[in-house]
Design a protein around this ligand. Structure first.
Ligand code: PLP
Length: 396
């Protein structure tokens, strides 16, 4: 096979998707609780987005940001109206959105405010992307191995530890970069008091609060942005995964005075805000406004959490159930990869997170029937793996 070996790929050769269903090459159908890692939130190939993209394909594919692109202005207006922020910059991925946010924070202090501040504080267990700056920002050592020298200007402190954050802030600190529910790190929601404390500290010390909503954004947690659950308004927000329903698109939103740090020529992207990507983002946002989707995320999220908690009560291998909306994590004592494989044999797809968490990011199209099927399959898979472990232990 001619591909880089960058992923430990599953033995599922995916060729087609519809709503919460995914088919492999042999025609086998899976119940997809991964949404392509939180991307296809409206389900695979959602009709409204498909039609908007198909219409755009007849009109204009690409022109560059030398031109004014009306669709970009529409998507920006929608994102700003919904978030309370003022400006949007478009790129193509989550890492790029965070990279832009880091650059914006540095430039805001060094060019606009005339202060030598550049340091960004992040949190252990966080994930912010794979570029050199964003992997350095990421609070997990495994993504950094072999990539030295890493860029300067980052430090990370324990997630949820306000005192440690306070101690890490110096006269060089520019920003705090925070996931409100750590996704890759193990589906760990921040405590509301901690988030309020972070926002107050940022305000008091004049730091920018940047919230990484690449995974939590665009309805995943039951509100359009996760920060809306916490009653804080960040200075900047990054988005990507769910924004284009599977067409690649990322965004950085910021308050007016902060966004002013990017003048013509200071940042850019050839593909960023491409008309096809913007058609997908606009249709995704319009569909979310129209459909009662957020109510559904909250209702299905609550139902699934209740069912998972009931499963946990009778399954010793489950030690915790947590999350927000349709971003849920089940912490287990058995090997996650084995559980995911046992789930696939039962026709259900789920994700890993951290070292010992099964992550559920189903599309918003699921109903009570899919919740029942998925939770039952998870229970069976956990029993199967626990029994194997018991057998293996008995043999040794
Ligand atoms: C996935 C993710 C990223 C990186 O996004 P890419 O599109 O893979 O670059 C950044 N931050 C968070 C919170 C993510 O979940």
């Amino acid at each position: 096979m001619a591909l880089f070996d960058t992923y430990a790929r599953w033995p599922v050769r995916a060729v087609r998707g519809e709503k919460h269903w995914l088919w492999d090459e042999s025609g086998r159908r899976y119940l997809d609780f991964t949404s392509g890692i939180g991307v296809t939130s409206l389900g695979h190939v959602p009709d409204a987005v498909k039609q908007a993209v198909a219409a755009q394909l007849e009109m204009l594919w690409h022109c560059s940001n030398l031109f004014q692109i009306p669709l970009q202005e529409q998507v920006a207006a929608k994102l700003c109206a919904a978030s309370g922020l003022d400006r949007a910059f478009f790129c193509n991925s989550g890492a790029e959105a965070n990279e832009a946010a880091i650059k914006l924070a540095r430039r805001y202090f060094q060019v606009v405010r005339g202060e030598e501040r550049y340091e960004v504080v992040t949190f252990h267990g966080s994930f912010h992307g794979r570029t050199l700056a964003t992997l350095t920002a990421t609070g997990q050592e495994k993504v950094k191995v072999g990539f030295a020298p890493l860029p300067e200007g980052f430090r990370s402190v324990p997630f949820g530890d306000l005192a440690a954050l306070e101690a890490a802030v110096t006269d060089k600190t520019a920003a705090v970069l925070l996931e409100l529910v750590q996704g890759e790190g193990g589906v760990v929601p921040a405590e509301p008091a901690f988030v309020r404390g972070v926002a107050e500290l940022c305000c008091e010390k004049g730091l920018l609060l940047i919230v990484d909503e690449v995974q939590t954004g665009i309805g995943r947690t039951g509100s359009l942005f996760a920060f809306q659950h916490y009653g804080v308004v960040p200075d900047a927000v990054t988005l990507a995964k769910g924004l284009g329903s599977g067409i690649p698109v990322g965004a950085l939103l910021a308050k007016e005075d902060v966004a002013a740090a990017f003048a013509p020529g200071s940042h850019g992207s050839t593909f960023g805000g491409n008309p096809v990507a913007m058609a997908a983002a606009l249709a995704t946002l319009e569909e979310l406004e129209r459909g009662g989707w957020l109510e559904r995320v909250r209702a299905m999220g609550a139902l699934m959490k209740e069912r998972l908690e009931a499963l946990a009560a009778r399954t010793p291998a489950i030690v915790d159930v947590r999350g927000l909306g349709l971003m849920l994590g089940v912490q287990v004592t058995v090997p996650v990869a084995d559980v995911l494989a046992a789930l696939r044999r039962r026709g259900v797809l789920m994700l890993p997170a951290g070292t010992d968490v099964i992550r559920l990011l189903p599309p918003f199209t699921i109903g009570p029937a899919e919740v029942e099927v998925a939770v039952r399959a998870l229970g069976e898979a956990l029993d199967e793996v626990a029994a194997q472990g018991g057998a293996a232990k008995a043999e040794t």
